[in-house]
Design a protein around this ligand. Structure first.
Ligand code: SF4
Ligand code: SF4
Length: 386
């Protein structure tokens, strides 16, 4: 890290200082604004109120509240809950769950700031200007990335809670389609925000900003069990499972399987609950334990096997502006980057596949190429042939 810093040009140091100042400013604003946020007390709701009276307070439709109360989506919306046979405990649980999903708008700034920092680091700073390939081991030091991951876990995770997050952003669009939100367009815009961040920098929202992705990345980065970690899972297997789960979610949500609209599989395995310290559900607790335990030897198991946003952003990243690029004229096919990559992404890129496996912009491959054929750059940059 020290060597890397000493190799930076004056221009790069200015970029570094400017980026750190911008990020510190954004984070400070978020902390200040968050402290003035008021929580909605669950006691405000009583059994004499109707679905129609309660639902708007959470920004959801009557159908969505009916689903939370374990009723059919078309249950009466004007009758008092008492008459619908709702128990106090059910109401309390529904209120707590809806509160936990209330978006913290401030978190969008954190996501954007972390992606901005990731791009600046990968494109402008990681590789010191005029530094020779002999110094490549000093390029792209891990510390700035690890710090960024910690910031994501702390700020976009435990400090601001589980919502919004990229996975939820996608699922809410589908839930809007069956009338669970009064403002479907707002859900589309929120999802669009995440997709744009995935397209600007190759899956940067997942690689640098998503708090649960960051937690898995931090665990995987621990310098232990290195031999086991070298084994990579076939992308065809992980992506098929991830896509199969997504399809199953859609079929259940629309009532094509199960016959009851509104059932969301991901709700039962949502690891983002961890950031609200809400692990009362056994299935969620098990998911968190298995995924975080698995992260010691498998790279981002939740992202690879389960996350629907991981699936959709894999498609989106094929159009990304900044990404790993290989100069085919220089590449000797030595396989150094393929070995460094925790997934099959580098292999697919080197082989020139049309749709290589997910690349999380983790930078592991950027300082191993002996002939300087690999770069993180814009697709509009000249001189890079792939
Ligand atoms: S794929 Fe991983 S990093 Fe991306 S949104 Fe899902 S959990 Fe987060
Ligand atoms: S090591 Fe693999 S996942 Fe990481 S940036 Fe390189 S190609 Fe992408």
């Amino acid at each position: 890290m020290r060597k890397w810093f000493s190799l930076l040009s004056v221009r790069q140091r200015l970029w570094l200082i400017l980026s750190v100042l911008i990020i510190t400013f954004i984070f400070s604003i978020v902390v200040v604004m968050n402290s003035s946020k008021k929580e909605m007390a669950s006691e405000t709701f009583s059994m004499d109120m109707s679905i129609q009276e309660i639902a708007p307070k959470f920004g959801v439709t009557g159908k969505a509240l009916a689903r939370e109360l374990n009723l059919d989506l078309d249950a009466p919306k004007t009758k008092p809950l008492r008459e619908l046979g709702i128990k106090k405990g059910t109401l309390k649980h529904a209120v707590e769950h809806l509160l936990s999903h209330k978006d913290s708008t401030l978190k969008y700034y954190i996501f954007a700031a972390l992606v901005f920092w990731g791009i600046i680091f990968l494109v402008k700073l990681g590789r010191p200007e005029k530094s020779d390939v002999k110094n490549r081991r000093d390029w792209y030091p891990r510390t700035p990335y690890i710090l960024s991951l910690f910031l994501s876990v702390i700020m976009a995770g435990f400090f601001l809670g589980k919502s919004p997050n990229p996975m939820e952003g996608l699922v809410k669009v589908f839930k809007s389609m069956i009338g669970l939100y009064p403002d479907p367009m707002a859900k589309v815009v929120a999802f669009g925000f995440f997709i744009i961040l995935a397209v600007i920098g190759n899956k940067m929202i997942c690689g640098w900003a998503c708090p649960f992705g960051a937690l898995q990345e931090l665990i995987y980065s621990l310098p232990i069990l290195r031999r086991i970690k070298q084994k990579k899972l076939p992308f065809i297997l992980t992506n098929t499972i991830r896509a199969g789960l997504f399809l199953t979610m859609v079929l259940f949500l629309f009532g094509i399987i199960g016959g009851r609209k509104g059932f969301v599989i991901y709700h039962y395995i949502n690891p983002f609950n961890l950031f609200n310290l809400d692990l009362e559900s056994v299935s969620i607790l098990l998911t968190v334990i298995i995924v975080l335990g698995g992260s010691f030897i498998i790279y981002r198991p939740f992202c690879q096997f389960i996350c629907p946003f991981g699936l959709v952003s894999w498609v989106a990243e094929q159009f990304s502006i900044f990404r790993i690029r290989i100069d085919k004229d220089k590449c000797t096919q030595c396989g150094a980057c393929i070995k460094a990559c925790p997934l099959e992404a580098a292999k697919g890129i080197v082989e020139g596949k049309k749709m290589p496996a997910d690349c999380f912009s983790c930078a592991r491959c950027l300082n191993v190429c002996p002939v300087d054929a690999i770069k993180y750059s814009s697709k509009f940059e000249k001189g890079i042939t792939k």
